[in-house]
Design a protein around this ligand. Structure first.
Ligand SMILES: O=C(O)[C@H](O)COP(=O)(O)O
Ligand SMILES: [Mn+2]
Ligand SMILES: [Mn+2]
Length: 572
């Protein structure tokens, strides 16, 4: 397809705006009934409340989970990857979770090139599997891990070592004990089949291995030391005991160094922050460091939090930390995590092919964009938005600006995060006259919501509400247009609920906290002096979802949306 085929046609009724369009994504801002555990309805949110008043013409709800964002079923909560993919692509694409399910269903995965590449090393030496131990379905899923292990054992792999990152973020805190016990039981069942399969190392996902967008390479370094070198501050013979003991070790919620006893005011460690550990044998030797000749696979399907580890395995020249030893292994990802960097070169399942996105069409139609967030989410409005592509389509037209996130701090300790800086940069970009589109992501409702701290999440929501107001004021000033939406729910429900009654589930007289995303819809609203009178949301779409935002943005920029996209939300 030549560049001219990406040239968008003029919209039949909306003229190309002279002033910028502001697109704001409130990460993890869903819609749910007023409730004491709804951090959004508890927060002071005069701006977002006032937008709702323009319902149904300029405020509506969008489906942000399950099949609307390419996930296997409507029981799957939304997440940033699939949410931003849908927003930016204007299409619903079958996502990693669904593709891996399919590849494992009849064992096709084992016929693909990726497995064929690993197989000789796995059979002759050891197969290492690294990833998130969870049934969250956001980065990985336990049933997929187990099918992979079983399939490898059936094909003659005799030695397997699993390196587990504990969740508590896409799953309820505390469930890592249950998952580890299940994994132990399942691995033991292979003993009789001549396969020695054991857990070799692990740690909480927020301090071990699963950093993203290079926010803090120390996280990956800790993982490398535990998984590859077999070195960690904590050594245990049994992985279930490891988790139980480390969870009970009471720290201040941050990292292993800061461990302090309960009497000194420490809190029990959450699954997300379990210090790294290695499993050792009776002689205190690690049971599964990674050696030359071994096969290594990452079993997460989602890219953002395993790109850095993939680089550490794959790249000869690597300067982010001292690897001490870089074993010569056969390495594969569950998917190829970055199509442009071809990272990793080998993968077990081909990733979703997301092409012809709004970003590509707009860049090739001469539209200039400023995209900004802080480190924790910068890739959401660039990489995920553009169909898992890190580089701009056109360097001259697209500016990606990252505000460094705080490091080593659970975000409930600073719920405002970098929102003030993002707002300031957004306003400057709107007023600069340099950009047709200004795209921002505010991580707060999501990042603070994941900590399970209700009060801090309420504060996060109030903060971003006032940021949105400041930005809308700036749009009013310059005469532009704005669209505000979200990628999935999180902050609007902070408790586990009984599926039938909707009542909070209780334990020891206290509600069970929900740290994960939700299945709730998200709002979308638009306005501004640049929006032609009479432009409103349509009401005839059966199930409007995040993907419908993509063509809407194209329309608001004065173009007809291309045929490969789902329908626009506009009635104009
Ligand atoms: O990676 C994470 O932080 C969570 O698993 C999902 O959150 P996100 O999809 O909002 O990034
Ligand atoms: Mn998100
Ligand atoms: Mn999240």
């Amino acid at each position: 397809m030549g560049a001219s085929e990406f040239q968008l046609k003029k919209h039949h009724s909306i003229p190309k705006p002279e002033k910028p369009l502001l697109v704001v994504v409130l990460d993890g801002w869903g819609e749910a009934p007023d409730d004491e555990f709804n951090a959004i309805s508890r927060a002071e949110t005069p701006c977002m409340d006032s937008l709702k008043e323009s319902k149904p013409d300029r405020w509506m709800l969008l489906k942000a989970h399950g099949t609307a964002v390419g996930l296997p079923s409507d029981d799957d909560m939304g997440n940033s990857e699939v949410g931003h993919n849908a927003l930016g692509a204007g299409q619903v694409v079958s996502q990693g979770a669904a593709l891996v399910d399919k590849a494992l269903e009849k064992g096709e995965l084992f016929d693909h090139d990726g497995w064929k590449y690993l197989e000789p090393a796995a059979k002759e030496h050891t197969l290492h599997l690294i990833g998130l131990l969870s049934d969250g379905g956001v980065h990985s899923r336990y049933n997929q891990l187990w099918l992979l292990i079983q399939g490898a054992a059936e094909r003659g792999v005799k030695r397997i070592r699993v390196h587990t990152l504990t969740d508590g973020r896409d799953t309820e805190d505390g469930t890592s004990v249950k998952f580890m016990a299940q994994l132990q039981k399942d691995l033991r069942s292979l003993e009789g089949k001549g396969c020695d399969a054991q857990v070799a190392s692990g740690g909480g996902r927020m301090i071990t291995t699963m950093d993203r967008y290079e926010s803090d390479w120390n996280v990956v370094k800790r993982g490398w030391e535990a998984h590859v070198l077999g070195e960690a501050p904590n050594k245990f013979k049994d992985p279930v005991e490891a988790i139980k003991a480390l969870k009970a070790s009471h720290c201040d919620g941050r990292r292993c160094k800061l461990q302090k006893p309960k009497e000194a005011g420490g809190k029990p460690v959450s699954d997300q922050w379990i210090p790294p550990f290695v499993i050792v044998d009776d002689d205190d030797n690690p049971v599964g460091p990674i050696q030359d000749g071994d096969a290594v696979a990452i079993f997460n399907f989602r890219a953002d939090r395993v790109v850095e580890l993939s680089k550490a395995f794959e790249y000869k020249d690597f300067k982010h930390f001292d690897r001490k030893r870089h074993p010569d292994v056969r390495f594969a990802g569950m998917m190829q995590y970055d199509g442009e960097l071809k990272l990793p070169a080998h993968f077990l399942v081909p990733p979703p092919a997301i092409s012809r996105t709004t970003g590509e069409f707009l860049a090739k139609s001469g539209v200039s964009t400023f995209a900004c967030s802080e480190s924790q989410k910068i890739g959401h409005v660039t990489f995920f938005w553009n169909g898992n592509r890190a580089a701009p389509f056109d360097k001259k037209l697209e500016t990606f600006h990252e505000v460094p996130s705080d490091q080593n701090i659970p975000f409930n300790e600073k719920p405002a995060m970098q929102s003030a800086k993002i707002t300031k940069l957004g306003i400057e970009a709107l007023k600069s006259g340099k950009y047709d589109q200004v795209r921002l992501n505010f991580p707060n409702p999501d990042m603070v919501g994941h900590t399970g701290d209700l009060e801090a999440t309420i504060s996060a929501c109030s903060t971003v509400d006032s940021c949105v107001q400041e930005l809308i004021n700036a749009v009013e000033e310059v005469g532009g247009t704005w669209l505000v939406t979200a990628d999935h729910g999180n902050a609007e429900d902070m408790v586990q609920r009984d599926k039938k009654s909707g009542k909070p589930l209780m334990e020891d007289g206290k509600p069970r906290i929900l740290t994960s995303h939700t299945l709730n819809p998200v709002p979308v609203a638009m306005g501004g002096p640049g929006l032609p009178e009479g432009v409103k949301f349509r009401t005839d779409l059966k199930e409007p979802g995040l993907a419908n935002v993509g063509p809407t943005i194209i329309n608001l920029l004065g173009f007809e949306a291309p045929d490969n996209m789902v329908p626009t939300l506009l009635s104009a």
